[in-house]
Write a protein that binds this ligand. Structure first.
Ligand code: MLT
Length: 323
């Protein structure tokens, strides 16, 4: 039901769109994750959705629509009814796919309303547990020797794991063989099982597994070492100067969703980001909630716009496109 239809229905029922927005939400909300269940985006979404639903007084049902680097899930939300009952939680891929895909069934800047930023997550290079390497320097040497014999798992073109891999292969001037999944949840399972060799993934999906030894961790992609994985050096400490990337996440609704509804969602997000469980779980996974002033429509729109500008020249120079 597009906005005009929502309004027409409300008027026919003798109510106004304001009343419609004021009583929102009156039924469960669906929040689409554009990657598989059990992965980093899913983990962040489930934590935030629980806290938001307490604030909104309605359940938020998380639905995973993985595939094509997150673009299938994003398309589902762009094309959904703009009644406030279908939302998207997506990451940096919202900006990078706008450049990586010459054709998309949606426009990141025109087909969504923006609710706010959620968090920014570091990434970490990891390998299967039995890969006999100790340091990031060893991993670089091994990758250069193996070349296409090395299997690098990612979540499709536009995923964070794809971007990090692209940056790595450019930095060491070596192509590895990429194995795409619908998300790094299943990719991590295969990494633990030794079906693939290496991956660069968010700490929200890898911290526990590095700690318990079911995968090996090598280096983090942020300027400082992390409190929760203090033994891991940064990429710069490991000889890869300037190799920095962290993965921001935001919440979106289909274009034309009533601004009152968007305000309610932004306020619920701001409350969720102050929730003790969210803060504690995020800290344990190596991240922190976005500051309150960033959990707004304006801050998320500014982020998407500026990140498209940041990534466009990098992607154009690499000349890697999905279609
Ligand atoms: C996921 O949730 O599976 C990841 O965020 C995928 C990725 O971007 O690498």
């Amino acid at each position: 039901m597009k906005k005009t239809l929502v309004l027409a229905t409300a008027l026919a029922l003798g109510t106004s769109s304001l009343a419609y927005a004021q009583s929102y939400p009156t039924k469960p909300i669906t929040m689409i994750v554009p990657f598989s269940a059990g992965g980093p985006t899913d983990t962040v979404t489930r934590l935030v959705a629980r806290a938001m639903s307490e604030e909104l007084g309605q359940q938020i049902v998380v639905e995973n629509v993985g595939g094509a680097g997150g673009t299938l899930g994003a398309a589902r939300v762009a094309q959904a009814e703009n009644d406030g009952y279908t939302l998207l939680l997506h990451h940096i891929g919202m900006a990078t796919t706008a450049v990586l895909y010459r054709e998309l069934p949606y426009n990141a800047l025109e087909d969504f309303e923006y609710v706010g930023l959620v968090t920014e997550v570091p990434m970490v290079f990891v390998s299967r547990p039995d890969l006999e390497l100790e340091t990031m320097e060893d991993l670089v040497e091994w990758a250069k020797e193996e070349g296409e014999g090395a299997l690098y798992a990612n979540a499709g073109i536009g995923a964070a794991s794809h971007l990090c891999g692209l940056m790595f292969m450019n930095a060491i001037d070596t192509q590895l063989t990429t194995i795409p999944y619908q998300g790094t949840g299943p990719a991590l399972t295969d990494l633990m099982g030794g079906q693939v060799d290496v991956m660069c993934d968010q700490t929200t999906n890898t911290t526990q597994q590095i700690r318990d030894g079911s995968i090996k961790g090598f280096a983090v992609t942020v300027p400082e070492r992390l409190d929760n994985l203090p033994d891991l050096p940064t990429m710069a400490e490991s000889g890869l100067d300037g190799f920095e990337v962290s993965i921001w996440h935001g919440i979106y609704a289909p274009a034309g969703t009533d601004s009152e509804i968007i305000s309610k969602l932004s306020e619920a997000l701001q409350t969720a980001l102050e929730d003790e469980t969210v803060i504690e779980r995020f800290a344990d996974l190596g991240t922190v909630p976005s500051p309150q002033e960033d959990a707004t429509a304006e801050a998320l729109r500014a982020k998407v716009e500026s990140e498209i500008d940041v990534w466009r020249p990098i992607i154009e120079e690499a000349g890697v496109y999905a279609n």
